[in-house]
Design a protein around this ligand. Structure first.
Ligand SMILES: [Zn+2]
Length: 372
């Protein structure tokens, strides 16, 4: 195992921030997987899963059982972890720019097209190697004029040429769920089974270039651009894994989740000793455009009437919103048949806040599919 220290560009003289990556196995020998925790810095379950993972990966590395290369970034957002405002951590948005830490990753499409046009052949493996070289070069050339740009460039550089990218997040209160790009679902389905995912949300493009899509969506776009004579597979299965809710932090769960990730990597040939069979699937994938938010028509106290993970019918009463001044009670109803997979932790919400999200089967939404 090798630890690499990445010094990020400074925003302030005298204040330096470091990112660390832990490297296991041998680059170039087999498939490459990158895992990173808490890109949204206040999403803590991933930090504990990474802690359990590093112990297991060190053991596997010492036993020579890592067949490819694994990079683990145990703290993906040290900038966000330092952003304390009074007693709260603001880990989702960069306080300097106001930007979401998991949006606006570089779109390297034009750069790659320029590099590979005229050099692609009928050999898919040749094309993948060529495109990965262009992706590495394109990422290395990105600007890093401040800490945020530097963080994005560094993280992308670690993942952009990987076969598998697992970005570990969590929601407010939620069941285990994930987001991924539609064309890689067959390679992500075993991950869903290993982790016990209850909702899998698929989109070709969800908008604003989050980290996983910066790694994955370029492949089907290049395939469409160059056509069938020069085959380009969806070579990067990148996934945003939502490790339940922000308070779901325990050794038991984290150890189980770490083992599930290792089982998946073994199933994909990155680690020796794949399980004989995988657990049964808990869900079919559904479109991200079918995930429908339930918003608060006015401010008030939220009283939930059921649990996350519940299968509900359209029109079913999911919560009451109590207006404490007028005494009015507004029932919040499910907009569709589906699964209540995430909901707000805070029990007082302002008007317009998203209170719950229900994953339905029908793609009803258009445009940008992610929350701010
Ligand atoms: Zn997140």
């Amino acid at each position: 195992m090798k630890t690499v220290h990445h010094r990020l560009a400074r925003n302030t003289p005298g204040v330096s921030i470091e990112l660390q990556s832990l490297h296991y196995g041998t680059p170039g020998r087999g498939p490459k997987a990158t895992l990173q925790a808490a890109l949204h810095a206040d999403e803590i379950p991933g930090l504990l899963v990474a802690h359990h993972l590093r112990t297991r990966l060190a053991e596997l590395d010492a036993e020579g059982r890592i067949l490819g290369e694994i990079i683990l970034v145990p703290v993906a957002n040290p900038i966000g972890l330092t952003q304390r405002v009074l007693q709260a951590v603001e880990g989702r948005f960069d306080l300097t720019t106001g930007e979401n830490f998991n949006r606006h990753y570089a779109d390297l499409f034009d750069t790659v097209v320029k590099h590979v046009d005229g050099h692609l052949t009928a050999d898919a493996a040749h094309n993948v190697a060529l495109i990965r070289a262009a992706l590495r070069e394109g990422t290395a050339a990105l600007p890093e004029r401040n800490a945020l740009e530097s963080l994005r460039r560094t993280l992308l550089g670690l993942s952009v040429d990987a076969d598998i990218v697992l970005d570990l997040h969590c929601d407010s209160e939620a069941v285990m769920h994930l987001y991924t790009e539609t064309s890689v679902w067959p390679r992500v389905e075993p991950l869903a089974r290993c982790l016990g995912v209850q909702v899998a949300l698929l989109a070709e493009v969800s908008g604003d270039n989050p980290f996983d899509e910066a790694c994955s969506t370029i492949w089907p776009r290049l395939a469409a651009r160059f056509g069938a004579a020069t085959p380009i597979p969806s070579a990067c299965a990148a996934v945003t894994v939502e490790l339940r809710g922000e308070a779901d932090v325990s050794h038991d769960r984290a150890a189980r989740d770490a083992q599930a990730l290792i089982d998946y990597l073994a199933w994909q040939g990155v680690i020796a000793g794949a399980p004989a069979q995988l657990p049964a699937a808990l869900c079919e994938p559904t479109p991200l455009a079918g995930s429908i938010p339930v918003t608060a028509p006015h401010g008030g106290v939220v009283v939930y009437l059921g649990d996350t993970g519940a299968t509900v019918k359209a029109g079913e009463r999911l919560a009451d919103l109590v207006e404490p001044m007028t005494g009015d009670v507004t029932p919040l109803l499910s907009p569709v048949d589906g699964v209540v997979y995430a909901r707000e932790t805070r029990r007082f919400v302002p008007a317009g806040a998203t209170v719950l999200r229900v994953a339905g089967r029908e793609a009803l939404r258009r445009g940008n599919l992610l929350t701010a």
